[in-house]
Design a protein around this ligand. Structure first.
Ligand code: FO1
Length: 325
């Protein structure tokens, strides 16, 4: 290919934000549009919080608190301290630097900007261009979990209850009325060569994107769709994926993950990427129309994220069936 490969990354806030930074290191060899999950978004103290979008943005701007995996580096907490002293809510911590972004976002929303326009402005402020981060939709989508302790909005479950309640089912409220965002459709108009599904939680981060009306059809125009397993040897790097898979009667393995994604979106993905530790799971897919490749998917630093990004792009460029080395 003589022109840059046009890549769309579907991302949550953890593995998605890391792989986004790895792929951005390959620009201008590729053109990158990161689609951030909006199912985690919610209103807090009158501010719209967009955790996955912000994690991706901060990661690309090299300003993410990589230890926590969310929020700004070098953060201070004066406002939260005052808020708590005044009897305000302290269960969800927005730091001072992060608050500045939220105030700016809110002022744009009050001016009538849609989320795609807010996103474009923020990408400019954080100087991450030409890479784009776009919301999955400009209409609200909210992930709601039905648990043995009742129905919980995403952040109540994730932060408020530390993912402890047992999950019975998950709904993505608003997906029927939501369409792919203006930011994404603008990128797609010039063509998508490849879609990469980040190693993010398939149920909490990827499904709220793929359930949006018209999203699979828009992305299926890509020549290749590759999905990277968020599990290594049955464990998620962070978060409740393995626990939820067990609660929903699924095998918490890379093979179980691929079967889950393929059940929800039959034949949508045509390349599966597993960690090298999961070669035995990849072998189970031998003979299927989809290809599998094994590589080091653990992104414990920037170099590892770039190496994974490079290996994924190489695998996409190669049209041959990938074997597990
Ligand atoms: N996660 C927490 O565990 N505790 C928090 O207080 C918290 C605050 C927070 C503020 C802004 C933001 O963008 C994210 C924040 N997160 C917090 C992370 C977040 O809610 C989840 O990690 C994501 O939604 C999952 O991807």
């Amino acid at each position: 290919m003589t022109r840059p490969m046009r890549v769309v990354l579907l991302a949550g806030g953890g593995g998605g934000a890391k792989l986004a930074a790895g792929l951005a290191a390959l620009v201008p060899t590729i053109e990158l549009c990161v689609v951030a999950n909006t199912g985690d978004d919610f209103e807090h103290l009158g501010l719209l919080i967009c955790p996955d979008f912000d994690s991706v943005l901060y990661s690309l701007a090299k300003q993410l608190d990589t230890k926590k995996g969310w929020g700004r580096d070098g953060e201070t907490w004066h406002v939260l301290g005052e808020l708590t002293a005044l009897g305000g809510p302290d269960w969800f911590g927005v730091g001072d630097r992060d608050l500045a972004l939220h105030l700016l976002r809110n002022s744009m929303i009050h001016k009538g900007y849609d989320l795609s326009r807010v996103a474009a402005e923020l990408c400019g402020h954080f100087d991450i261009r030409p890479t784009r981060v776009v919301p999955a939709s400009d209409q609200p989508v909210r992930t709601v979990l039905t648990t043995t302790e009742g129905q919980l909005d995403f952040q109540d479950y994730f932060v408020g209850r530390r993912c402890q309640p047992e999950v019975i089912s998950i709904d993505y409220v608003g997906v029927d009325d939501a369409t792919p965002s203006m930011g994404l459709t603008a990128f797609a108009r010039e063509g998508i060569d490849a879609v990469i599904v980040a190693p993010s939680n398939p149920l909490l981060s990827i499904e709220p994107i793929l359930r949006i009306t018209g999203m699979p059809a828009l992305l299926s125009d890509a020549d290749q769709i590759v999905a990277v397993s968020p599990l290594i040897d049955g464990q998620a790097i962070k978060g409740p994926l393995a626990k939820i898979m067990v609660e929903l009667g699924r095998q918490p393995t890379s093979a179980g993950w691929a079967e889950l994604v393929d059940t929800q979106h039959p034949n949508f993905v045509n390349h599966w990427i597993f960690d090298t530790q999961d070669q035995r799971h990849a072998d189970r897919f031998a003979g299927s129309p989809q290809t599998t490749a094994c590589m080091n998917t653990l992104m414990n630093d920037e170099g590892a994220a770039t190496a994974l990004a490079r290996a994924i792009i190489q695998a996409l460029l190669s049209t041959n069936r990938q074997g597990c080395a």
